[in-house]
Ligand binder design. Structure first.
Ligand SMILES: [Zn+2]
Ligand SMILES: [Zn+2]
Length: 310
């Protein structure tokens, strides 16, 4: 009963190892989550390939976590066992540095925490996370649906809602992949005239189905010129590493906090925004990761533990 499965990276550039570990006990201010699903994010490659400074190995990756609170550590208030929760990129903060004191937890200078980087993440049956990193999952969303929204979802949702664009404005989404297919949905549901831009014609039907008002094939058309004829884009959400000429300013948006994640989940439940996922059991992590890294996954890869809900 006290053992669990976890997928660990033994050392930088090492293979995924499925190991048995003790089920962790939550410390003060933290909760234990019985993981149901965890999305595989491209950023997990930073831990896998040793590209993130300061990671201690072995490390269990995973920051698109969805599960159920299974135990409370000392001093946790506002949460109870049995609640369905998610954990994303923002996995905790110090609470006393200048950034935190200004309420800007994402840029915490002292102890920014990221699941799968600074502590073990969701590629496991159980994980422990600070209570401040939890987002409540609405009942309309399954764990598999909630997982990818905890990173890919919040990143695009929060960028769009903080972009300054207003309903009716033209908003371009560059790329219709793991992030972009969510970006197009969020932009359309927020009431923007959403222009999806991707290479080739084959993604147009999907982009339209996701709510795009217009589609531009960047191989066949000059996307910047076409946007100008559409009246110019108020915002261009770049979800791929590519350039569009004529852009006047670039604003980066670093995911968001746990309440931003919760807003993302609520908005998705309300409006029907869903990630399109390929689902793999925990044991097939290597295959799932390689599919994601090769760009073949349509569109997010999600690991499931097979643990029954609540
Ligand atoms: Zn991520
Ligand atoms: Zn701080």
């Amino acid at each position: 009963m006290s053992r669990m499965r976890a997928v660990q990276i033994p050392h930088p550039e090492g293979p995924f190892e499925l190991v048995e570990r003790e089920i962790p006990e939550p410390g003060a201010g933290s909760v234990r989550i019985r993981v149901e699903a965890c999305g595989i994010c491209h950023s997990d490659s930073f831990a896998k390939e040793g590209l993130w400074p300061g990671i201690q190995y072995p490390r269990v990756p995973g920051h698109e976590v969805a599960g159920i609170i299974d135990a409370l550590g000392p001093g946790v208030v506002g949460w109870k066992t049995g609640q369905r929760v998610g954990v994303g990129w923002h996995g905790g903060h110090c609470g006393y540095c200048d950034s935190c004191r200004r309420g800007d937890f994402v840029t915490c200078q002292i102890a920014p925490q990221i699941p799968g980087f600074t502590y073990d993440g969701g590629y496991a049956d159980y994980m422990v996370a600070p209570a401040g990193a939890l987002a409540l999952i609405p009942e309309e969303l399954s764990a598999v649906e909630a997982g990818p929204l905890m990173c890919a979802g919040i990143t695009t949702y929060n960028a769009l809602r903080n972009s300054g664009a207003r309903p009716g404005d033209v908003v371009a989404v560059l790329g219709v992949g793991g992030l972009g297919h969510l970006g197009v949905q969020f932009a359309a549901k927020m009431g923007f005239k959403t222009v999806a831009i991707a290479r080739g014609q084959d993604k147009e039907p999907l982009a339209r189905q996701l709510g795009a008002w217009h589609y531009l094939d960047s191989q066949a058309q000059d996307a910047a010129a076409e946007l100008t004829t559409l009246g110019g884009a108020r915002v261009i959400l770049a979800t791929v590493t590519s350039g569009i000429s004529g852009r006047r300013s670039i604003v980066g948006w670093p995911s968001g906090t746990s309440i931003d994640s919760q807003d993302t989940l609520s908005f998705s439940a309300l409006t029907g925004v869903r990630s399109m996922n390929e689902i793999f059991p925990l044991e097939r992590v290597t295959e799932a990761y390689e599919r994601m890294m090769s760009g073949k996954a349509r569109f997010r890869a999600v690991l499931t533990t097979g643990q029954p809900a609540a």
